[in-house]
Write a protein that binds this ligand. Structure first.
Ligand code: SF4
Ligand code: SF4
Length: 244
């Protein structure tokens, strides 16, 4: 028996729906803000700085008892000349500040512009000549991010009278040693490792307004390791020049 003739019309094979290729690389990962939250780095970085400041205060008070000189900063109501100096911060110290600004609805284009201008001023003026109030200093001479201020602010303690801080001719007596005596370098290394940041030849550190701005800009980005590495390197060099 002759085979039935095959139909000239072939049945169309149903096409498989197109599958999106898997997302690879940093674009698929969490944003900087999400990563900090997920890895507990927001709380950890804040606590580390609070502990450094608390330890410095204890050291200063102990020393003041030996030298019989009070810690003037603890109840200072004078105009805060110390808040017009070149102020540096590690990136991990800026993280709680940026989180606070975002949480409090203070991350506005105006604030970012102020941070940008302040950072540029701080990075291009030698510290001996820098006299501009910090972006975070309130009109009542109070720090508006006090609980999250960086360690350099919390460890700058003097025993000379508060009025001396505004007088270029007066002698200022600091109560504690330099910042590097109280801030363990491994804190920054640990943060960079846990956050997955790229290794640089410099620390992730810069002028306070610069690193806060960098944090705010990096917050929604998934490519934050590259973004932060590219911007932190020149920021660190400019800060080193200004504070030399
Ligand atoms: S450094 Fe001077 S101005 Fe600043 S808090 Fe201390 S005493 Fe007041
Ligand atoms: S962060 Fe606060 S304590 Fe530090 S310089 Fe600015 S206003 Fe002063």
């Amino acid at each position: 028996m002759a085979k039935p003739k095959a139909s000239s019309r072939r049945t169309a094979t149903p096409r498989k729906p197109a599958v999106a290729p898997p997302q690879l690389g940093p674009e698929a990962g969490p944003t900087f803000g999400e990563m900090l939250e997920q890895r507990g780095l927001l709380a950890n970085t804040s606590q580390a700085t609070r502990e450094i400041i608390a330890r410095s205060t204890v050291l200063a008070v102990e020393r003041s008892q030996v030298t019989l000189r009070a810690v003037s900063c603890l109840d200072c109501t004078a105009a805060k000349a110390c808040c017009s100096l070149v102020t540096g911060a590690f990136l991990y110290e800026a993280v709680p500040i940026a989180a606070r600004l975002i949480r409090d609805g203070r991350d506005t284009p105006e604030l970012r512009e102020q941070l940008r201008a302040a950072a540029h001023r701080m990075e291009t003026t030698h510290r001996s000549r820098h006299q501009h109030p910090c972006v975070f200093l309130g009109t009542d001479e109070r720090c508006t991010i006090y609980e999250d201020r960086p360690s350099v602010c919390g460890t700058h303690l003097v025993s000379s009278p508060p009025a001396a801080c505004s007088d270029p001719a007066a002698r200022i007596v600091k109560l504690v040693g330099p910042l590097q005596d109280t801030v363990p370098p491994q804190l920054e290394e640990q943060f960079c490792r846990e956050a997955g940041l790229r290794r640089l030849d410099v620390r992730y550190r810069g002028a306070l307004p610069r690193v806060v701005l960098l944090c705010l800009e990096a917050w929604p980005r998934r490519d934050y390791p590259t973004f932060l590495a590219e911007r932190s390197l020149p920021a660190a060099h400019r800060y080193a020049w200004a504070s030399r």
